[in-house]
Design a protein around this ligand. Structure first.
Ligand SMILES: [Zn+2]
Ligand SMILES: [Zn+2]
Length: 342
């Protein structure tokens, strides 16, 4: 079968890869759509060091079940599915209390040397596989992973209803958070980003106030809106000093700050403000089973316009050149999906 094999920085040809066969408890999935994640791009350039060649990336995917291993009961051939792409152990102290996102023994698909889904077929334990209801498309199925990341971050920031929320950064996760807090009944939603296109999409998805800090004064805009000192929740979705500082600067006294962006290792923030204003800062990493199933439910109930963030679909043959293009910067894309078997 064909697979997109990462062999080193900027080197990811389509190769013949050994076909997988489902072991007991596994289902074989023909991959339909697999999203390109920012972490894949940072892996592709070698910047993150989180991909150990040779390996296959891809952890945001949907597909169809084509074969069942012994003892599989949850699925039948032909079922449309999405996959929770973290094999957690169920036995460590974190798994035992449901925090499978920080499982001590987790294996993340498409990270380090664990193969992911930029391949025609993948075999997965049925425990990590979720059936897609008719109301959820294959494309939306590929958005379930990033949506679950956003869902986990919003969960840490609760309550959202009738609270003013600031979201710093509107890549995939930031935009999905805009949708989630809108659906959760946020009062005013304020969004900052350096891209006018992304800000305009954020407005379409429910943001009330959008600010490009390169050309607009966030402070003055919030004063004018009467919420300068009344932001209850601030969520950072970039992973960089300026946006971390924005969340700390603009959340109200004793407010809740969630950092879900994951890029820079070190950031500089005004610690005195955190201490003297008793800010609550939460790190948010990945998602739990509950985030995954709740996100699927929100999609099934048509509560979120999630597919609005899909800007392009490419074939596996064009995937590598798309990676190359996206890592050059300046792209207007938000989420690009690879139609793996297309
Ligand atoms: Zn991802
Ligand atoms: Zn565990």
């Amino acid at each position: 079968m064909k697979a997109l094999v990462y062999e080193g920085p900027h080197n990811m040809p389509i190769c013949d890869y050994p076909m997988c066969y489902p072991e007991a408890g596994q289902v074989k999935i023909k991959v339909k759509y697999c999203g390109i994640c920012g972490s894949d791009l940072h892996g592709y350039t070698g910047a993150s060091g989180r991909k150990i060649p040779p390996m296959v990336m891809g952890h945001e995917f949907s597909g169809v079940v084509t074969e069942l291993g012994e003892g599989v009961t949850k699925f039948k051939v032909g079922d449309r599915v999405s996959v929770l792409p973290v094999e957690y152990c169920c036995e460590c102290e974190f798994c035992k209390r449901g925090a499978v996102n920080i499982c001590a023994n987790r294996r993340n698909l498409g990270v380090l040397d664990v193969d992911g889904a930029f391949t025609e077929y993948i075999c997965m334990n049925e425990k990590f596989v979720y059936a897609l209801p008719d109301s959820v498309s294959d494309k939306e199925g590929a958005l379930l992973e990033p949506l679950s990341v956003a869902h986990h971050a919003v969960g840490l920031a609760q309550p959202i209803e009738n609270n003013n929320v600031l979201i710093a950064g509107t890549g995939t996760i930031g935009l999905l958070i805009v949708m989630l807090v809108k659906a959760a009944g946020a009062a005013k939603i304020v969004v900052t980003d350096l891209s006018e296109d992304r800000l305009s999409l954020a407005r379409k998805l429910g943001a009330d106030i959008t600010v490009n800090p390169a050309v607009q004064d966030l402070d003055a805009t919030l004063k004018e809106a009467g919420i300068r000192n009344n932001i209850h929740v601030a969520i950072e979705c970039v992973g960089a000093t300026p946006t971390c500082q924005t969340t700390v600067d603009y959340v109200k006294i004793q407010g809740r700050v969630v950092w879900v962006g994951n890029a820079a290792k070190m950031v500089t923030v005004n610690m005195q403000n955190i201490v003297t204003q008793e800010l609550k800062i939460f790190g948010s990493y990945a998602f739990t089973e509950e985030d995954f199933s709740d996100s699927l439910k929100l999609l099934a109930e048509r509560k979120l316009p999630a597919s609005e963030i899909i800007t392009r679909i490419v074939t596996l043959e064009h995937a590598t050149e798309t990676f190359e293009e996206l890592t050059k910067g300046g792209s207007k894309d938000i989420k690009v999906l690879v139609d793996v078997n297309g």
